[in-house]
Design a protein. Sequence first.
Length: 226
Amino acid sequence: MLWDIDHTLVNAGGLSGEIYASVFHRLIGRVPAKIAPMAGRTDRAITAETLDHHGVTPTPSLTSSFLDALASTFEARRAELPARGHVLPGARAALKTLAARPDVIQSALTGNARRIAECKLTAFGLTDFFDLDAGAYGEDALERPPLVKLAQHRASRQYGEQFTASNTVLIGDTPHDVRAAHEGGAHVVAVATGTTPAAALRLSGAESVLPDLSDTPGVIAAILRT
Ligand SMILES: [Mg+2]
């Protein structure tokens, strides 16, 4: 099971946008006019597009400094997360139920850079449900689909088992998650707890669409039957 984080498991309370703006200000020396759209996208893509928008070339070294600064700022402000954001209804129960099954491995497939993903999961007390070494993250690629194969490769290396579309399920809240699953090689359960309504998630091709994660038996059944 590969979980998206933002708006699937947690709401970070708008901290990401603020941190992007503060890092941009610190590194580029001016207040950003806008931050690129974030939902379902990788930190690498959001960083590159935001820099581009302001006429700054996202060179590899600037991009990696930017990603490092984002992660350090998140870590420095981690204590704000539980106060400003929250775990979405049913997320903890779903993670806990699946963690109890010996036949399930849970990791993250997220646009968040790994340190940021870890920071959010730790802030909300969810880290123990994950094997984060078997996941893929926002610094690993510009686009989301290649992250699926990467996570499967990491999981295979770790567990000595093959992970393919037949035994990989991705859970996410945007059409980017659905596309990543289908292009990358996974089934997908979509949850309408982000800005994309259930009907649009269905149209994007998700095999299963849930309003949220609050019905634990229904969530587990949807995930295990895909
Ligand atoms: Mg998301």
